[in-house]
Design a protein around this ligand. Structure first.
Ligand SMILES: NC(=O)c1ccc[n+]([C@@H]2O[C@H](COP(=O)([O-])OP(=O)(O)OC[C@H]3O[C@@H](n4cnc5c(N)ncnc54)[C@H](O)[C@@H]3O)[C@@H](O)[C@H]2O)c1
Ligand SMILES: [Zn+2]
Ligand SMILES: [Zn+2]
Length: 341
């Protein structure tokens, strides 16, 4: 089968490799659509703190089951599915508490332990494979993974209602907006440097959208919320973004960080102390967050069809897909690679 390897910084080569061999408890999936994720870009650009080329990227997958292990009971050949792309060791304290994304021994795609999803076939344990409803396209099903990140980021907050600010309205920021709106946070204010993303957010329920390069975001937020937001979520990286987040939060407010900011940036911690702000991080999702995201998609409680802004046809064009998200030469929310019809 074909698989797309990042072989060097910003260089992808499609190579012929062996199909994964499944265990008794796994299914083999013919990939249909695979998402390009902001987090794939760190390795693609050569800035990932510990992962380097060569690697097969991709972890957002929707496809069709083509083979089942002898112990698999929930799926049969032909089923349409998506996958929660993480497998914990199952025995450590984090796994026992349900925090699979914090397991030190977890298996994720694109590592020596598991193939990446930019390949024609992908193996997955039955217990992390989810059925995709017949009415939901593979394209929309592929959004389950980034939506699970959004679900986890919002569910992690102790703030369950009130004013929310989302700094960065890319894929993750937009999905946080969609989920938080459904949860009833109001008003929701977003920022983005890209006009398309601000407009997209306004069309999808944001009360206001500011450009941090031209507007004084904390001042605007304070005007709209009467003193600051209850919850501020950082979904983009920039040198001033943590300070900006703390300045947007009200006294006793909360700041959540989902953006992976892999360089050291300045941070004025006194603002956190002075206003008693709670700070938290959000890493991927717990299995229950993924299940919630799947339910929101399958039941159409969230309609996410138009969040897929580009579909690049064919595994040979994986490099193009990664570049589209990386360079943003055209407006994007979510870029997918179509691996098969
Ligand atoms: N914690 C996790 O589990 C997890 C999972 C997925 C992605 N992430 C991270 O979340 C972040 C967002 O991911 P994404 O897929 O949405 O990426 P993305 O590139 O689609 O979105 C980032 C957005 O931020 C905007 N932006 C740039 N500078 C900005 C600024 N100063 N203020 C406001 N907006 C600005 C960009 O225009 C873009 O729209 C990335 O850092 C990614 O690595 C984390
Ligand atoms: Zn992702
Ligand atoms: Zn574990």
């Amino acid at each position: 089968m074909k698989a797309a390897f990042v072989t060097d910084v910003e260089n992808v080569e499609v190579k012929e490799i062996e199909r994964p061999v499944i265990s008794d408890t796994e299914v083999l999936i013919r990939a249909k659509t695979v998402g390009v994720c902001g987090s794939d870009l760190h390795l693609f650009r050569g800035t990932h703190p510990f992962r380097h080329a060569p690697a097969i990227l991709g972890h957002e997958i929707a496809g069709e089951v083509v083979e089942t292990g002898s112990a698999v009971t929930k799926f049969k050949v032909g089923d349409r599915v998506t996958v929660e792309p993480q497998v914990g060791c199952g025995t450590c304290e984090m796994c026992r508490r349900g925090f699979v994304s914090l397991c030190a021994d977890k298996k994720v795609p694109g590592t020596t332990k598991w193939i990446g999803a930019f390949s024609e076939y992908f193996n997955a344990e039955e217990r992390i494979t989810y059925p995709l409803s017949d009415e939901i396209s593979y394209e929309t099903g592929t959004l389950a993974e980034p939506l699970a990140v959004a679900v986890h980021t919002v569910n992690h907050a102790r703030t369950k209602s009130g004013a929310l600010v989302i700094l960065g309205a890319g894929t993750i920021g937009q999905l946080i907006l969609a989920f938080a709106k459904w949860k009833g946070y109001s008003p929701i204010i977003v920022t983005d440097t890209a006009e398309f993303n601000r407009e997209f957010a306004l069309k999808h329920g944001a009360a206001a959208a500011f450009n941090p390069l031209e507007q004084d975001v904390p001042a605007e937020v304070k005007k709209l919320t009467g003193g600051g937001a209850d919850l501020v979520i950082v979904a983009a990286g920039a040198d001033n973004i943590l300070d900006q987040a703390c300045q947007c939060a009200r006294k006793c407010g909360e700041v959540g960080i989902v953006a992976m900011i892999t360089s050291k940036i300045p941070f004025y911690s006194y603002a956190v102390v002075f206003n008693e702000i709670d700070l938290y991080g959000a890493m991927c999702y717990e299995p229950k967050d993924f299940a919630e995201a799947m339910d929101l998609i399958n039941s159409r409680k969230l309609e996410l069809e138009d969040y897929v802004t580009q579909v690049v046809d064919g595994i040979e064009r994986t490099q193009e897909g990664l570049e589209l998200l990386s360079r943003k030469t055209e407006p994007v929310v979510k870029v997918l690679i179509r691996m098969a019809e």
